[in-house]
Design a protein around this ligand. Structure first.
Ligand SMILES: Nc1ncnc2c1ncn2[C@@H]1O[C@H](COP(=O)(O)OP(=O)(O)O)[C@@H](O)[C@H]1O
Ligand SMILES: CC(=O)N[C@@H](CCC(=O)OP(=O)(O)O)C(=O)O
Length: 295
């Protein structure tokens, strides 16, 4: 069907609007965290993959870090286990770690790689064990009530270092890295790392222009469900303090703040359930989601 003149004009305007963003972000790295909660529908997943391929083709360097919390929970259920989280981190015993490695490093990683490749991109899937590029150690978690005590949450990792060489190598040949948040310890042991933490640190290490976290809420919401934006460290402290930010939003905000403090120009928490939300964020004037600022 031919487009009506006004709809054709609208489309042309949106395309033209993208030009300054394409110019500004050309050659720049954009770290995209794709949360397990945002991978809900097949058409949304395909839309996400198309957006990533489009960003690559217009000259940006997208790097995808994915989660898969709900997918791990589903698999754990199959073996009669219930996922347990403390302060947004999964309690990870040896059996759970095996499951995490199978689901994140296997199923979820290869699903995303395949989706991107089917849209014409060239994605390569990695875990932090490949080339040993994400070094980790056991995370010590402080008890929020008894602050002088520690809680043992098993094989949950804290990032020691990320070596950017492997990602840089892939970028020289126009591959799109797709990273599962698994780290390796001193003795070769596996660590389950929250994907938000990997995305945040990776954005810092790569000197990324942007960190975009896709999740299943419109952004950070206040107690009445209103969208908050322009959040600074001080405002975030208040929101932690009064309990507005909890659960899975805690590591997200923490890593976003660390990223902007260490030089990542902007960080956005956006709704992965909105079709082409990624393109709207990167290539248009539309303000979507929550922007986190250094100060
Ligand atoms: N203030 C808040 N605003 C929005 N979401 C919040 C807030 N505090 C806690 N959350 C929770 O954080 C969740 C997102 O984190 P998570 O479930 O880990 O998603 P993902 O799989 O995308 O990482 C939301 O679905 C919501 O339940
Ligand atoms: C330590 C820890 O909690 N690891 C996460 C890793 C996956 C993840 O972060 O997935 P989402 O982004 O979908 O939440 C987990 O086991 O669920």
């Amino acid at each position: 069907m031919p487009l009506s003149p006004s709809s054709a004009k609208d489309k042309a305007r949106i395309l033209a609007e993208a030009l300054p963003y394409i110019q500004r972000f050309h050659g720049k790295t954009i770290v995209i965290k794709y949360g397990g909660n945002a991978m809900v529908e097949e058409n949304l997943k395909q839309g996400f993959a198309r957006d990533v391929v489009l960003l690559k083709l217009v000259g940006m360097n997208p790097v995808v870090v994915h989660g898969g919390g709900p997918q791990i929970n589903d698999m754990l259920k199959r073996i009669g286990k219930q996922g347990e989280f403390i302060q947004g981190m999964r309690v990870t015993d040896a059996e759970t770690m095996d499951m995490v490695e199978m689901v994140l490093g296997g199923l979820v990683n290869k699903d995303i790689v395949n989706l991107i490749n089917r849209q014409g991109g060239h994605a390569v899937g990695l875990t932090g064990k490949d080339g040993g590029f994400i070094r980790a150690k056991k995370m010590l978690m402080r008890d929020r009530e008894k602050t002088d005590e520690w809680i043992d949450i098993g094989q949950v990792g804290e990032i020691e270092s990320i070596d950017p060489a492997l990602i840089a190598l892939l970028e020289t040949r126009d591959f799109i890295p797709v990273i599962a948040p698994i780290g390796v310890g001193e003795s070769g042991e596996s660590y389950n790392i929250n994907a938000d933490l990997v995305a945040g640190r990776l954005a810092s290490v790569l000197g990324a222009e942007k960190l975009i976290l896709l999740t299943n809420t419109p952004g950070v919401l206040d107690r009445h469900g209103n969208l908050l934006t322009g959040l600074t460290a001080q405002r975030v402290d208040e929101l932690f303090e009064d309990g507005t930010i909890s659960g899975g939003m805690m590591p997200k905000i923490g890593s976003a703040l660390d990223a902007v403090k260490s030089g990542v120009k902007s960080c956005h928490i956006i709704d992965g359930r909105v079709e082409h939300g990624l393109l709207l964020e990167v290539l248009t004037d539309a303000g979507v989601g929550t922007l986190i600022k250094a100060s």
